[in-house]
Design a protein around this ligand. Structure first.
Ligand SMILES: NC(=O)c1ccc[n+]([C@@H]2O[C@H](COP(=O)([O-])OP(=O)(O)OC[C@H]3O[C@@H](n4cnc5c(N)ncnc54)[C@H](O)[C@@H]3O)[C@@H](O)[C@H]2O)c1
Length: 357
């Protein structure tokens, strides 16, 4: 198969990461960048590809087989729709949107036009997540009862120089907690209700800097997520999983805990805890490492995208699926804002049946 021509729209932090993976791939090549910022000129010149200030001009003048959308959250749907209208398969970074109505519009357009949309919840391409899913699905920890997740990072001041990250539509619930919610949905099942608190008292931005939520799953599991972007800790997936060691320090400490009636699992350290024989807190609990080869998660995601483009695979996380993850994440925002529990199964604004056609 000849190399697939890919354009990247949005050449910021994650756009550069995708471009690096495209450069390392023998399945595809970068054929253009769209980004209005002056910094993108350097990027395009270095990579020797044309730069367009307006992404529509790129889509209308350049032959592209596929596009990766890495613009700010609020622009994902507008750019994604422009690709679908032109029949171009698209990988849209997460969150699929910052509002549910437009996310559903994109999902509907993808379905109707039969143009695939893959959403960048990249952790689903991590072999560690696959191994954890197998362990849970095979019943190795019994019935899942509780989940505890820490997403506690300190983002440097320079991170907040980019305005969209400080304003509604940005913020760590939509940028970071959404990864945790997607992981819980993927590994543990559907989330049916949400309670949450959020605070912006430390950074004083329009959006929260810290939040905590309690989620109820339809299988009875309860889950907690602690979130902060102003906490000096190693306790976050980004630091502990080592998926991007160029961007983040790597400290493989446990940050994600999945507790079941027969055992438990911590990630990203891949430790499975269980009793030999009789169970009970008075008895020694045994730990064992889940064997696994490390893989480049972003390269896996790109390979999967190539399969989606060629029709060999359905998106591992489609626009519909990502809209459901977004619905739950926006329910967290709503629960924190109103200080009330949001019942996702009853509330038409967030209900899954209204998200998936
Ligand atoms: N999957 C992940 O691990 C991951 C990591 C980081 C960011 N993200 C997501 O990727 C997106 C971008 O995040 P980032 O941190 O790279 O942001 P960023 O601010 O570093 O980069 C965004 C880029 O988009 C450009 N841009 C803005 N409007 C545009 C438009 N209309 N057309 C073309 N370019 C436009 C900006 O000039 C900027 O260069 C966000 O949605 C974020 O949530 C995902």
């Amino acid at each position: 198969m000849s190399e697939i021509s890919i354009a990247v729209i949005g050449a910021g932090v994650i756009g550069k990461r995708h471009m690096q993976e495209i450069a390392n791939s023998d399945q595809c090549k970068l054929v253009g960048i769209a980004d209005p910022s002056p910094e993108a000129e350097h990027q395009a010149a270095t990579l020797g590809v044309p730069l367009y200030k307006d992404y529509r001009k790129l889509l209308d003048t350049q032959h592209v087989d596929a596009v990766i959308v890495c613009t700010p959250n609020s622009t994902h749907v507008e750019v994604g729709m422009a690709c679908i209208e032109r029949g171009i398969p698209v990988l849209v970074e997460k969150p699929i949107s910052d509002d549910l109505a437009s996310a559903r519009t994109l999902a509907e357009a993808s379905r109707t036009a039969r143009v695939p949309v893959l959403v960048g919840h990249h952790r689903r391409h991590n072999p560690m997540v696959r191994a954890a899913k197998n362990a849970i699905d095979e019943g190795r920890i019994g019935k899942l009862v509780a989940v505890n997740i820490m997403c506690l990072v300190y983002k440097p001041d320079a991170y907040f120089a980019v305005p969209w990250r400080r304003h509604t539509g940005g913020g760590p619930i939509l940028i970071n907690m959404i990864h945790e919610i997607d992981l819980i949905r993927h590994l543990c099942g559907d989330i049916v209700s949400v309670q949450a608190v959020a605070s912006n008292k430390t950074r004083a931005n329009e959006v929260e800097d810290s939040a905590a939520c309690t989620l109820e799953l339809d299988n009875g599991t309860v889950a907690n997520i602690s979130l902060s972007d102003t906490a000096a800790t190693p306790w976050s997936w980004d630091t502990a999983a080592g998926e991007d060691r160029q961007l983040f320090d790597y400290r493989p400490v446990p940050t994600h805990f999945f507790a079941g009636t027969d055992g438990s699992l911590s990630l990203p350290d891949r430790t499975l805890w269980s009793y030999d024989g009789e169970k009970g807190r008075h008895r020694p609990i045994r730990d064992q490492l889940i064997p696994m080869e490390e893989e480049n998660v972003y390269a896996n995601q790109l390979r999967h995208f190539v399969d989606v483009i060629s029709g060999a695979a359905e998106p591992l996380i489609s626009a519909d699926d990502a809209a459901r993850t977004l619905a739950t994440t926006l329910a967290v925002v709503e629960a924190a804002r109103t200080r009330r529990k949001v019942d996702i199964t009853l509330d038409a604004r967030f209900r899954a049946s209204d998200t998936i056609a």
